[in-house]
Design a protein around this ligand. Structure first.
Ligand code: S5P
Length: 273
């Protein structure tokens, strides 16, 4: 078993070579939360309002910046300011999926200028290793900004083709880019199931499709609970509608925070013995 998931965030931070991962673990410990809010709102005003009210309870804010009807520099300024004020990271769920040359332009430039403000982005390896090579190059040329990639190794939607060999290839590619690939978006911990792990390998697992009260939606989404996700080796729980669509979103985020943190504490206490 090479997975470090039974260690505390603090222990993992102490040994981790990637500064952005160390920062993420430090935020989780300080705020006692492993919740990633998937803030799929469609106006800047709504996005910033939810980021402000729920910011104290989350480790990361995940955006789909291209669903905003009024994206502009005020969106970016607002997000960066709130991330600093409430101490959370910004994760743009862009799911890059193209040839390396195109992806570099999408990441660095365009209307959205994602590299400028998003600490974390994700990418699919459908097009092969070049996409990760391209993002890695942009990150390494990008100066002092700490930036990270999550490889989308599995998906939660019904009938997803990101399984088996595809998922294994995601892990293999991740292993080649330790400076910029932080881990995976996946339903469970992957590296201990993939032969060839280095002894110190420590990928961070972000798990989406997390909901306390629903099993899925009408369009193929499939949910698990914070507890089952943490038991499966997840490190950070991505929840969207379960939180922001709830009548009292502050009460909801606190519920997810508590469930996620208690499941994390149970996991690390098993390790102590
Ligand atoms: O496999 C996946 C990967 C992602 S990033 N399944 C997902 O649902 N997502 C994203 O997580 C999706 O794009 C959405 O932003 C969020 C789930 O939202 P929820 O409202 O269903 O919790």
């Amino acid at each position: 078993m090479t997975s470090k998931s039974n260690l505390s965030y603090r222990q993992r931070a102490a040994d981790h070579p990637n500064p952005l991962v160390r920062k993420l673990f430090a935020i989780a410990e300080k705020k006692r939360t492993n919740v990633v809010l998937s803030a799929d709102l469609t106006t800047t005003k709504e996005l910033l309002a939810i980021a402000d009210s729920l910011g104290p309870y989350i480790a990361v804010l995940k955006t789909h910046i291209d669903i905003l009807s009024d994206f502009g520099s005020h969106t970016v300024e607002g997000l960066v300011d709130l991330a600093r004020r409430h101490n959370f990271l910004l994760f743009e769920d862009r799911k890059f999926i193209d040839i390396g040359n195109t992806v570099q332009k999408q990441y660095k430039g365009g209307a959205l200028r994602i590299h400028e403000w998003a600490d974390i982005v994700n990418a699919s390896i459908l097009a092969g290793e070049g996409i990760i090579q391209a993002l890695d190059q942009t990150i390494r040329d990008g100066g002092s900004a700490e930036r990270g990639i999550l490889i989308l190794a599995e998906m939660t939607s019904k009938g997803s083709l990101a399984v088996g060999e595809y998922t294994r290839a995601s892990v293999e590619i991740a292993r080649k880019y330790p400076q910029s690939v932080m881990g995976f978006v996946s339903t469970r911990e992957l590296s201990s199931h993939s032969p060839g792990a280095a002894p110190n390998e420590d990928f961070v697992v972000f798990t989406t499709g997390v909901n306390l009260s629903s099993k899925g939606d009408a369009l193929g989404q499939q949910y698990q609970t914070p507890t089952t996700a943490m038991e499966g080796g997840s490190d950070f729980l991505i929840a969207g509608r379960g939180i922001y669509a709830s009548e009292d979103s502050v009460a909801a985020v606190k519920q997810y925070q508590k469930a996620g943190w208690e499941a994390y504490e149970r996991r690390i206490s098993q390790n102590r013995g």
